[in-house]
Design a protein around this ligand. Structure first.
Ligand code: ATP
Length: 453
């Protein structure tokens, strides 16, 4: 029999595993899907919540200079006129004269259709904001847009936040939320969708200090990924050349990630200067000035904005954590997620479904469930259940066997090393909490033992 060898991650493998294990499904799957739209399943939603929570904790909760917001998706259309989106949020579109597929001209290496080789039409600009109507009448005056970014909601609330939060510059406003872009071409799984979630913040600073804060945030944001286990060699900052900057930016650095489809933008960090606040001041007639009471001066603040797609972050965490390794004659597939990101923290696995054992295991499950996202699994052999939990990226499995009924102990199996310890059931919760916080497996609670490998 040919020996099975661990392989490299491909997007096909990832899409199929994500679907099989309940991470991510195509939207409206039974109707053939909807291009650029995805549904997060029972496991995927836990992963997504953890990624968003880790970001919120580091950006808002653990800082004194940041507040959060949740602004509406639909906004007054004047916002998008003032911001420049109605005029500038456009991509160059070309269409194949043969097969009529449409492409974003920027993405093409040659001047022919990547699908059939046919000739292409001239470029025309295509606004990628989704339009809809507010109220029952579909007329021009009722046009509203689905926001393509959450940033504008924070700019237009600048004075509301200054006057209610008592924050002084430098400070930031952070937000997470749905955004929509009618992308000409979508693809690479959840990398480019038409509906996605953003996590972004606007950091308001004194003009002249922008270069310093820009560098600070590039560094901070890189460190966030490293702290959550992303491999250093898979992250690279990319500085945009001046002539390619967006209409609002003075400088922009992308944090790029080495995805299976190549190095691509994961997060964009832009020095937006005072462009946005000035635009909104001019269009609304409302002052966007800030009064610096220490130096007794008025100014319109500059803004540094780190903007990250939740789904692109999830894709990076999935790709980075994925590993195949030889395991006897088989291949073990495992997601080595950082414990903070792992969708399920603990799985309780009774060795058999026998009544007394099941009752004991269910009790253990009930004591752990309030503290961690916990799975209970009593189907199939224990080996297969471990493999399933490896594919879900569960850091610890708790196994209950017949001896547990006598000595009131349970086995903890660590995902990454597959090593095991045995600890008193009364110490399980605290032991798991300590391990999830990074403690070595072999630091044992009182009465604990190192178990067989
Ligand atoms: P790209 O060049 O890939 O189109 P962009 O430069 O237009 O991206 P920004 O406007 O800087 O992207 O958006 C900020 C972040 O939003 C990106 O770094 C990315 O993480 C995320 N993002 C943007 N467009 C999409 C999309 N269509 N699907 C998923 N995430 C997206």
């Amino acid at each position: 029999m040919p020996e099975k060898k661990p392989g490299k991650l491909t997007m096909e493998k990832l899409v199929s595993l994500c679907q099989r294990r309940g991470f991510i499904f195509p939207s409206s799957d039974i109707y053939g899907g909807l291009s650029g739209c995805w549904d997060y399943g029972p496991v995927g939603i836990e992963l997504k919540r953890n990624v968003k929570e880790a970001w919120w904790r580091s950006i808002v909760q653990e800082r004194d200079d940041m507040v959060g917001m949740d602004t509406s998706i639909l906004m007054n259309s004047k916002v998008w006129e003032a911001s420049g989106h109605v005029t500038n949020f456009k991509d160059p579109l070309v269409e194949c004269k043969e097969c009529h597929l449409r492409w974003k001209a920027d993405d093409l290496k040659e001047n022919k259709c990547p699908s059939c080789g046919g000739a292409l039409t001239e470029e025309r600009m295509f606004n990628t904001m989704f339009k809809t109507f507010i109220g029952p009448v579909e007329e021009d005056a009722a046009v509203v847009y689905l926001r393509p970014e959450t940033a504008q909601g924070m700019f237009v609330n600048f004075q509301n936040v200054v006057s209610t939060s008592r924050k002084r510059i430098p400070f930031g406003i952070a937000q997470q939320g749905r955004s929509f872009r009618n992308e000409i071409t979508t693809g690479n799984f959840i990398f480019r969708s038409r509906e996605f979630e953003l996590m972004e913040f606007e950091y308001f600073i004194k003009p002249g200090t922008d270069a310093k804060w820009f560098d600070y945030w590039v560094e901070e944001r890189l460190n966030w990924y490293l702290k959550l286990g992303i491999k250093k060699e898979n992250l690279k900052p990319y500085e945009h050349p001046k002539e390619k900057l967006a209409h609002y930016a003075r400088s922009c650095t992308d944090i790029t990630y080495n995805y299976p489809h190549g190095w691509s933008e994961l997060e964009g960090i832009a020095n937006r200067t005072d462009f946005d606040l000035k635009q909104h001041a001019a269009a609304s007639g409302k002052s966007m000035e800030y009064f610096d009471d220490e130096n007794k001066e008025h100014y319109i603040p500059y803004i540094v904005e780190p903007s990250l797609g939740v789904d692109r972050a999830i894709l990076a965490f999935l790709c980075d954590a994925y590993e195949e390794e030889p395991d006897k004659d088989e291949i073990r597939v495992v997601f080595r997620f950082h414990p903070d990101i792992a969708p399920i923290k603990v799985a309780v696995l009774p060795l058999s479904r026998k009544e007394n054992l099941a009752a004991f295991a269910k009790d253990v499950y009930k004591t752990l469930r309030p503290c961690f996202t916990t799975h209970y699994d009593d189907t199939q052999s224990i080996g297969r259940r471990y493999r399933r939990q490896d594919e879900l990226g569960t850091p610890y499995c708790v196994t209950i066997d017949f001896q547990s009924l006598e000595d009131n102990m349970a086995t903890i199996r660590e995902r990454d090393s597959m090593k095991q310890i045995r600890v008193p059931v009364a110490a399980l919760k605290d032991t798991l909490l300590a391990k999830l916080a990074g403690e070595d497996l072999f630091v044992l609670p009182e009465g604990g033992q190192i178990w067989k490998e």
